[in-house]
Design a protein around this ligand. Structure first.
Ligand code: SDX
Length: 388
C-alpha cells in the first residue's frame, strides 16, 4: 500500500530523481566526487590501458578477460560486422532524409527480422544477440556516414580492431594512430553510466520480456534527446554559433540570462566535474595551438566557456562540464561529422545497455510505477446533442 503524506498526497519524485530502481555491480558513478568505475576499474585506468573489446567483455561478464577470452570476444565482434543487404538498402534509402540517430534506430529495429534467435530468450542466445547488435551498430553508423556524404558502402575489414574498422568503414582508409587513439578512448568513455535515461529505457522495454532488439531500440530512442546523448552535437552547434572566441563570455552570459541551458553542462548525478570530460579535455587542450584554424577556435571557445560556467555555476550550483561538452571538437579532430556524434555515443553505449539488460533479466521484474491521479471520477455521461 502506498504511504501518503500528512497532506494526503504521495511522495512524487519527478523524473525518478533520487530513486533507486535496481542494483548492479556494472558501474559506480560517484556524483559528489566525480568518479566513475566500470566493474570496479576506474575510468582513468581503462582509458589509459584498455580497448573497446575488452571493455565490452568487462561490462558484460564482470571481470577483465584472459587472453583467450579477449581473443574470443574480439573474433565474435569482428565476425558479426557484416550487414544484411536489406539493412544496407534501408540505410541508403533513409540517408539524407532522416537524422542518423533515426536511421540507427530504424536499422537496429529492422535487424531483428534477420536474426534467427530473436525469440530465443536463453542466456546464450541473448549474449549472441547482444554481441551482434554491438558489432553491427558500428557498421550501421559507418554506412550512414558514407551514404550521407554521397559515397558507397564499404564492407568491414575483419583484420582491424573494432574502432579501427569503424573508421575504415567510414572513411575508406585505415585511420592514423591519433584518430584511432581518440576513438578508442571515446568508445571506452561512452560505454556505460549506470541507470541513465537510455539505460533505464532499455530496462523498461526488456522488463516486459520484449526481445533485446526492442530494448536496444528503446535505448537509442531515448539517447537521442538533447538533454541526454544529443547534447554533444548541440554543444558543438553552440560553439560554432559563438564563432569567435572573443564572443564566448557575452554569448554564455546572455544565454544564461535568457534561462537557456548550456549544452554539455550539468548532470543529474555529477555535482562535480564529470571525470570523462576531464579525459576528453586533454585532447582538446592540444588543439588550442594546433595548425587547424577551426579546431584552434573551437578549443579556445570551449575552454573559455568552461571557465565562465565553472566560475558562475560550478561550486555554487553544482553545474559542471559533462561528457558531452568537449566531445564535439575532439570528434571533429578524428574526422567525425557532427551528425554522427550521438550515433557513435549510442554504438558505444550499446555495451552498457546490453550488460544491464542481461544482468536485469537474471532477476527480472516488470517496471510499472504509479501515477497520482488528480482528475475527477464518476462523471455523468452527457450525450453529444446536450453538450455545449
Ligand atoms: C548525459 O544520466 C547520465 O548518466 C547521462 C550521461 C550518460 O553517460 O548516460 O552522463 C550522458 O546525458 C550527460 C548530460 C547531457 N545533457 C546536457 O548537457 C544538457 C544540458 N544539461 C541540462 O539539461 C541538465 O543539467 C540535465 C538534464 C543534464 C540534468 O538536469 P536535472 O538533473 O533534471 O536538473 P534540472 O534540469 O532541473 O536543472 C536544475 C537547475 C535548473 O535551474 P532552476 O530551474 O532550478 O533555476 O540547474 C539549471 C536548471 O536551469 N541547469 C542549468 C544547466 N543544467 C541545469 N542551467 C544552465 N545550463 C545547464 N546546462
Amino acid at each position: 500500500m502506498v504511504e501518503l503524506g500528512g497532506n494526503g498526497l504521495p511522495q512524487i519524485s519527478k523524473g525518478l530523481e533520487g530513486v533507486y530502481v535496481t542494483s548492479s555491480s556494472i558501474s559506480k558513478v560517484n556524483g559528489q566526487e566525480g568518479k566513475l568505475y566500470y566493474r570496479g576499474f576506474s575510468i582513468e585506468s581503462l582509458s589509459e590501458n584498455s580497448n573497446f573489446e575488452e571493455v565490452v567483455y568487462l561490462l558484460i561478464n564482470g571481470s577483465l578477460p584472459s587472453k583467450p577470452q579477449l581473443d574470443e570476444i574480439t573474433a565474435q565482434l569482428s565476425d558479426n560486422r557484416d550487414l544484411p543487404d536489406g539493412i544496407i538498402k534501408i540505410i541508403k534509402e533513409l540517408s539524407g532524409k532522416g537524422h542518423p540517430m533515426d536511421i540507427l534506430r530504424t536499422a537496429v529495429s529492422a535487424l531483428s527480422s534477420y536474426d534467427k534467435e530473436v525469440s530465443d530468450t536463453s542466456p546464450a542466445a541473448n549474449m549472441n544477440k547482444s554481441l551482434r547488435i554491438i558489432s553491427k551498430m558500428s557498421s550501421i553508423v559507418a554506412a550512414t556516414g558514407r551514404f550521407v556524404s554521397g559515397k558507397e558502402y564499404i564492407a568491414p575489414d575483419k583484420s582491424l580492431d573494432y574502432v579501427e574498422n569503424f573508421l575504415y568503414m567510414l572513411n575508406g582508409e585505415r585511420p592514423s594512430a591519433e584518430q584511432a587513439d581518440i576513438m578508442r578512448n571515446m568508445f571506452i568513455l561512452h560505454a556505460e553510466h549506470s541507470t541513465n535515461a537510455s539505460t533505464f529505457g532499455t530496462l523498461v522495454a526488456g522488463s516486459t520480456l520484449a526481445d533485446i532488439y526492442s530494448a536496444i531500440t528503446a535505448g537509442i530512442s531515448v539517447l537521442k534527446g538533447p538533454l541526454h546523448g544529443g547534447a554533444d552535437e548541440a554543444a558543438l552547434r553552440m560553439m560554432r554559433e559563438i564563432g569567435d572566441p572573443e564572443n564566448t563570455e557575452s554569448y554564455i552570459e546572455s544565454a544564461l540570462e535568457g534561462k537557456k541551458k548550456i549544452m554539455g553542462f550539468g548532470h543529474r548525478v555529477y555535482k562535480a566535474y564529470d571525470p570523462r570530460a576531464k579525459i576528453i579535455k586533454k585532447y582538446l587542450v592540444k588543439y588550442q595551438n594546433g595548425q587547424f584554424d577551426e579546431l584552434r577556435k573551437l578549443a579556445s571557445i570551449a575552454l573559455r566557456a568552461e571557465k565562465l560556467m565553472i566560475d558562475k555555476l560550478g561550486a555554487s550550483r553544482g553545474i559542471w562540464p559533462n561528457v558531452d561538452f568537449f566531445a564535439g571538437p575532439v570528434y571533429l579532430a578524428a574526422g567525425i561529422p557532427p551528425e554522427l556524434f550521438t550515433p557513435i555515443f549510442a554504438t558505444s553505449r550499446s555495451a552498457g545497455w546490453c550488460a544491464h539488460m542481461l544482468d536485469y533479466w537474471k532477476d527480472n521484474k516488470l517496471f510499472r510505477p504509479l501515477e497520482w491521479y488528480t482528475g475527477s471520477i464518476d462523471l455523468e455521461y452527457i450525450p453529444i446533442e446536450k453538450r455545449q
